[in-house]
Design a protein around this ligand. Structure first.
Ligand code: ADP
Ligand code: MG
Ligand code: MG
Ligand code: MG
Ligand code: MG
Length: 636
């Protein structure tokens, strides 16, 4: 979750008075980093993945599962090798780093050190992921397991937690989950409560329910305590927050409690980072659809396969004015999106960039923009930062209000790390040897490490192909947004089409050249709706496809046969997911529920089904069960 500082977090009523202070110093801190690091060159690619897990407790006699809220006890053990290394007791760096996440039932693991740029490094990823899973198990009670499902199917249903608690906490005020589900570090309950306070109501999450033959229509959820009268916000559900035919959720945990697979790359310099940011932005929705793995929420089958909109709504702190529901009076802007959403603007000054691609009316702080421009920051980067800074800092620690802006990036990170977008442009931390990085954030975590490695390696190879072939994936950014919504749809891989650029080999002409004729420009920038199969595997007389492009890149390199075979198996998984030959995790989980003998065709994912499903996911991850429809013949 980025920055974790200690101190006394301020209630929203007090925090909002310091918002401008944090923004002002955040910009000073950004400028300090920018001025010192803008010319920085790093030679080699470094990159790393982040995998989040849920901790599940199995009772194999009763055939029940519970979400274990013991992540902090577990993390203490997992983080020890890192601490020992940092203080010099241990000479070798740890094999993995472990971090807390939003949910008290979540852990996040990354490689101990970032991976390098060799093909051997790529082959080591899966082993490291498997090792992490073993380490996690070793730090847990024997009946606990680290499961890489995006979410726990019955999160928010009664009796799902260990230890159990009633849903009556003041921070989230949820009718479904208790505050004990939140990471106990002061930052997280405060973030939760301040989002609600700033917004003026509880967060409101509605995902369409999957209507099966016995699902009532309209579906009015009988499990919502419609008449609860514990908090003033309780009446919201029946006053319209809970939509019919939807799975209603009312707390940040439903979203921020979801597990993602994220990849961070270090670029050679700031310009390459900005270019990768732009080129990967249109890829983000495509990869979400290809990695879709979350068809169940709060005990019901949903009519979507992916999590993004749940998380987006789960942290939507916009005031009614910002959401455009009331005329602007106290708020400064109408804001089109939640803080957790797809990016609104491109970032590169690359010669293939054209301003027409930025067809979303960007909301940004004019004063901050001007300040950045006056300090020598170019238009696009200034707009990017001024856009992040339209948000208020949600958690402010009293003790950390005044810091040395040349030494700290706390205030910058306060805004930066709570703009949770599909892409994140990460400046170097102050006084570090780390370079400019880009994070790819849209993918859903996969059940097995073979899959997680395949998706990670695929993205790394794609970045190499983009850079060495000079590919151009630009389409209007509003079309990227449209793709993001399409990507949620049930079986989007099989049934939907996505906007994608027709000609990705556009020449990179230096600006100032003679104008080509307008018709060929028109043509050159054309995009069309394509299936994921066409985008990944190629289209006859059209786009060659990601996987064939990666193969031709690999053909041009010196790579041993064993490594090539491993990489080919990863590419083949992605290719077969895109063609429909193999199922996505979401399709597999949905089918698992629908084929379960206890399923009543009423969309309900019961305790019994949940036990079998989570157990199955764990068995798949450990190689004890091999579903061919999900993994094919690959050795997972
Ligand atoms: P966050 O949660 O803020 O996204 P994390 O520290 O959890 O960040 O994960 C960052 C990822 O970036 C890890 O996989 C890590 O290995 C990787 N990483 C660390 N240093 C570098 C670097 N210099 N360049 C690229 N990736 C890095
Ligand atoms: Mg995380
Ligand atoms: Mg992280
Ligand atoms: Mg993070
Ligand atoms: Mg991350």
């Amino acid at each position: 979750m980025g920055l974790l500082s200690l101190g006394t977090p301020l209630h929203w009523n007090e925090a909002k008075g310091y918002a401008d202070h944090v923004r002002k110093h955040g910009i000073e801190q950004f400028l300090h980093i920018y001025n010192y690091q803008k010319d920085r060159q790093t030679q080699q690619l470094l990159w790393g993945d982040e995998i989040e897990y849920i901790v599940v407790k199995f009772n194999d006699e009763e055939k029940t599962t519970k979400l274990s809220l013991r992540a902090f006890d577990i993390l203490e053990k997992l983080e020890k090798p890192e601490h020992d290394w940092l203080v010099g007791i241990e000479k070798e760096p740890p094999a993995a780093l472990w971090r807390p996440e939003y949910g008290r039932y979540m852990i996040e693991g990354t490689p101990g050190l970032p991976y390098g740029a060799t093909f051997r490094d790529l082959v080591g990823v899966e082993d490291n992921m498997k090792l992490r899973r073993k380490m996690a198990h070793a730090a847990m009670d024997p009946d606990e397991h680290a499961v890489s499902l995006v979410n726990y199917p019955r999160l928010g249903c009664p009796n799902q937690l260990y230890p159990d608690h009633e849903p009556n906490g003041p921070a989230c005020q949820s009718m479904f989950v208790p505050d004990q589900i939140i990471n106990p570090h002061a930052r997280f309950p405060t973030l939760t409560a301040n989002i609600r306070r700033r917004r003026g109501s509880k967060v409101q999450i509605n995902m369409p329910i999957f209507h099966d033959v016995n699902t009532p229509k309209p579906f009015i959820d009988p499990t919502i305590p419609w008449d609860r009268d514990l908090f003033k916000h309780d009446k919201e559900a029946k006053e319209g927050a809970a939509l019919p035919d939807h799975i209603y959720m009312d707390a940040m945990a439903f979203g921020m409690g979801c597990c993602c697979l994220q990849i961070t790359f270090q670029a050679c310099n700031i310009d390459e980072g900005r270019r990768l940011y732009d080129q990967l932005a249109p890829v983000a929705p495509l990869m979400m659809a290809l990695s879709a793995n979350s068809p169940i929420y709060r005990g019901y089958l949903a009519d979507v396969d992916a999590r993004w909109n749940v998380i987006s709504a789960s942290v939507d702190d916009r005031t009614p004015e910002e959401r455009g529901l009331k005329p602007l009076k106290d708020s400064k802007y109408v804001i089109n999106k939640s803080r957790y959403d797809s990016i609104d603007s491109y970032l590169s000054n690359d010669s293939t960039y054209k301003s027409k691609y930025d067809d979303i009316d960007l909301v940004y702080d004019q004063d901050i923009y001007q300040k950045l421009r006056d300090s020598g920051v170019d238009d696009k980067l200034a707009k990017h930062v001024a856009h992040l800074f339209i948000r208020d800092p949600l958690v402010i620690f009293k003790e950390l209000l005044n810091v040395d802006d040349s030494q700290s990036s706390d205030h910058f990170e306060n805004l930066q790390s709570t703009n949770w977008q599909t892409m994140r442009f990460k400046p170097p931390p102050p006084n570090s040897s780390i370079g400019w990085r880009v994070e790819f954030r849209s993918m859903e975590v996969q059940i097995s490490d073979f899959e997680n490695a395949a998706y990670s390696v695929f993205i790394v190879l794609l970045t190499r192909v983009i850079l060495s072939f000079g590919l151009n994936f630009y389409i209007p950014i509003s079309k990227v947004d449209a793709n993001m919504q399409t990507a949620h749809k049930r079986d989007a891989v099989l049934n939907e089409k996505f906007y994608f650029r027709k000609n990705v080999f556009t020449s990179r002409t230096p600006t100032g050249n003679a104008q080509p004729n307008p018709e060929s420009v028109q043509d050159e920038d054309a995009y069309e709706l394509m299936t994921l199969n066409e985008i990944v595997n190629g289209k006859e007389n059209g786009f060659p496809g990601f996987v064939p492009l990666i193969h031709s890149y690999l053909n041009s390199t010196n790579i041993d046969i064993e490594t090539r075979c491993k990489l080919s198996s990863y590419l083949s998984l992605i290719s077969k997911r895109a063609s429909g030959e193999l199922m996505t995790g979401a399709a597999y989980l949905r089918q698992f529920v629908q084929n379960h003998p206890a399923y009543k065709k009423d969309s309900v994912v019961s305790d019994e089904i949940t036990y079998d499903l989570v157990k199955r996911a764990d068995q798949i991850a450990k190689g004890e069960y091999h579903p061919k429809e999900l993994l094919g013949d690959f050795n997972a």
